[in-house]
Design a protein around this ligand. Sequence first.
Ligand code: CMC
Length: 428
Amino acid sequence: MADTLTITDNRTGKTYELPIELGVIRAMDLRQIKTGPDDFGLMTYDPAFQNTAACRSQITFIDGDQGILLYRGYPIEQLAEQSTYLETAYLILFGELPTKSELDAWVRDVTLHTMLHENIKTFMQGFQYDAHPMGIFLSTVGLLATIYPGAKKVLDEENRRLQILRLIAKVPSISAYAYRHSIGRPYIYPDNDLSFTGNFLNMLFKMTELKYRPHPVLERALDILFILHADHEQNCSTSAMRGIGSSQADPYMSLAGAAAALSGPLHGGANEAVLRMLKEIGSVKHVPEFIKRVKGGDGRLMGFGHRVYKSYDPRARIIKRTADQVFEVTGRNPLLDIALELERIALEDDYFVSRKLYPNVDFYSGLIYQAMGFPVEMFPVLFAIPRTSGWLAQWDEMMRDADQKIARPRQIYMGSPRRDYVPREQRS
Ligand code: CMC
């Protein structure tokens, strides 16, 4: 017998059989439930899409109760241990791990697209010296739409692939320019001898030396962090990417919107917010008082909690291990003790335990970034660089999906019924 859901409408006494496929009913099937011929039909009310699947996807799997994260079926732990960010990006984008020659070609192609149009330097000069790098990042990604007008051909698969390549390659360059602008240093051109993350560190930190040589431990740590941030299925920014892309806007415009969604403190801005929170707490002895405040509803414990994970975020566990390796090179971040104490207390406290609030990916990542020399404002940008591969994979998947249309949720209208315009002089 086929899986169905039987609904009886108590108002009319009618019964409806709704098919259940892949564990869901189709919201549009509810429309047949009407009270009369003029009734529009039943909808669901789901603010913040807490229980609505907006697509079928083959990219990322999350089991939030068990703390499992898979990209294209591969566990995040194995990828973090054995893969590189560019290989993982290939996997996320194209569905399979590349062969040796496919990977070589992919790395070469990305490396050859890292340069930015010289006009971008002039554009950067227009930003205030203290402009937030995330604002610079998303504006500059939007600007690329004007440099590559051909990107508008979003229904052309080959064209999409070219824009994907450009974006993956150019987001580190844009981010590095944004950083250099904020500290008043000259922009550094990419170095094709270096790895993806090695070159990014070069564009950020090179001074007068002829050749920048990244520290291998820091280069690898950043690569691991990039792997961990590459995709996370239908989160806020990815939904923005899909939502904007569903209007057939070009990928630069869509990605600028996704980056805007990422910038908020409840999403990719959380890593920055964690560092500010740790600084504000200031010392381990102030931790109990801070926890008390959070439990009293005054602020949140940033870097804790997740819409999907109701257990330890597997990415946070890997980041904690990576932090130890980084601190061996850079020295221990003094804020680490405060973070460890917050975690210790929160994991024992009934407020956090009963709400299943555990450290998420952002709780420890900022401590690593800070130890590596990044200012806190750069943290959300460091999230956006690798998430670019996830945004683009999700966008490309949407463009191939015959079920998709322009995103357009419904509403329940709660405003005034129809009324007549009142001339200005007659209003009291
Ligand atoms: N500190 C204190 N209380 C919290 C927290 C927190 N970090 N997160 C959730 N709660 C409480 C919340 O007040 C609510 O309590 P009550 O039931 O008494 O009203 C309950 O837990 C459920 O919270 P919610 O807001 O309904 O959960 P949500 O799924 O809508 O929000 C979240 C998820 C990530 C926005 C939220 O946990 C949060 O604000 N965390 C802090 C910000 C953060 O670290 N964000 C990064 C997320 S991971 C990286 C990414 O993918 O962006």
